[in-house]
Design a protein around this ligand. Structure first.
Ligand SMILES: Nc1ncnc2c1ncn2[C@@H]1O[C@H](COP(=O)(O)OP(=O)(O)OP(=O)(O)O)[C@@H](O)[C@H]1O
Length: 312
């Protein structure tokens, strides 16, 4: 278990992380979100014992990170931002080097390497130089080095940043598989990542916690959650939609011929709308439920920092 209480980190006069508190239990796959400069990497570096804290405390399974840095590092695997590695080493040489640096006993190293190579599917590139690998494989090497000592907690800083959609999908699948046995914290500013892999979301802005709940709760904050969108093949009288029970509002985009139907208190109006479209014989090409527009919710939650223009 990870317990963070009133965590603060200052750089000179600048407070990068301000009075942050949260608790993470086993089974949690946490998406740690925030705009650029929000304090995500600084928090991760403190969690992993790489950066001293200014005040507050972090305890991992009851061990204070400040006082037990070495013991805590055994429990944590960390993929820093950009997945740094030694480019001229082969994958095998690099993993061997990390296994030695992690002080895995000599006799156990081959087994530890075999195990991560299998988990992260690196067998096909084991003897290739890291500099010649695709970005997706490089990221997997980064995850493999974080896993080599079989930690209980995995902290991944922007693990899919810069990857193409296929590579992103593979890395997310890998994270989901690893989360079956470990606490996983994934720092990201990609909102879709959170719904794809996490069961919990913590959002910070200006170094402070702004949101801590499930991805569904985040989606439910959107006006679009449980709204329905229909696309008309030609203009038709749709005013009757507003009379239906549970319908709160309509938004008509004449250019795209799409109509979004918002529900009262975000109730599910799928069946009512489908039934109406069918009975009225409306010229509908497409009908789909909206999940919730996370971009809008994210902007709302992190608003003061956005207003300061810190988001790129
Ligand atoms: N070593 C440092 N010295 C001075 N200021 C720093 C240092 N590291 C981070 N900061 C500042 O602390 C704030 C938080 O930075 P941090 O890297 O933690 O943000 P982040 O949320 O990880 O951002 P990004 O998404 O851009 O990686 C920023 O204003 C940053 O400039």
């Amino acid at each position: 278990m990870i317990l963070v209480e009133n965590l603060t980190r200052k750089f000179g006069h600048h407070t990068a992380v301000n009075n942050l508190s949260f608790e993470i239990k086993s089974g949690d796959i946490v998406g740690f979100l925030g705009p650029n400069g929000a304090g995500k990497s600084t928090t991760m570096k403190m969690l992993t014992g790489f950066l001293p804290i200014s005040s507050g405390s972090i305890s991992i399974d009851g061990l204070d990170v400040d006082k037990n840095a070495i013991k805590v590092k055994h429990k944590i695997g960390y993929l820093p931002e950009g997945a740094p590695a030694y480019p001229d080493m082969t994958v095998y040489q690099f993993l061997h080097f990390i296994a030695a640096a992690r002080k895995i006993p000599r006799k156990e190293r081959a087994l530890a390497i075999d195990s991560v190579v299998e988990k992260v599917a690196l067998a096909s590139v084991l003897n290739k130089s890291i500099e010649n690998l695709s970005k997706g494989f490089k990221r997997r090497v980064g995850i493999a080095q974080a896993l080599i000592h079989d930690p209980d907690i995995l902290i991944l800083d922007e693990p899919t940043d810069g990857l193409d959609p296929n590579q992103k999908h593979q890395v997310r699948k890998l994270i989901s598989a690893l989360a079956e046995t470990k606490i996983v914290i994934v720092s990201t500013h990609i909102l879709e990542e959170v719904t794809a892999v996490c069961n919990r979301v913590i959002i910070i802005a200006d170094g402070e916690k702004r949101f801590d709940d499930t991805p569904l709760a985040l989606q439910q904050r959107s006006k679009y959650h449980n709204a329905m969108t229909i696309k008309l093949s030609y203009m038709a009288d749709i005013s009757g939609l507003l009379e239906l029970p549970g319908v709160a509002d309509l938004k008509h985009d004449k250019d795209t011929k799409r109509v979004t139907i918002f529900s009262e208190e975000q109730q599910d109006i799928t069946a009512i709308i489908q039934d109406y479209v069918h009975k009225q014989n409306l010229p509908v090409d497409l009908i789909f439920p909206e999940q919730g527009r996370l971009d809008d919710v994210f902007r709302e939650i992190t608003r003061s920092q956005v207003a300061e223009g810190e988001v790129s």
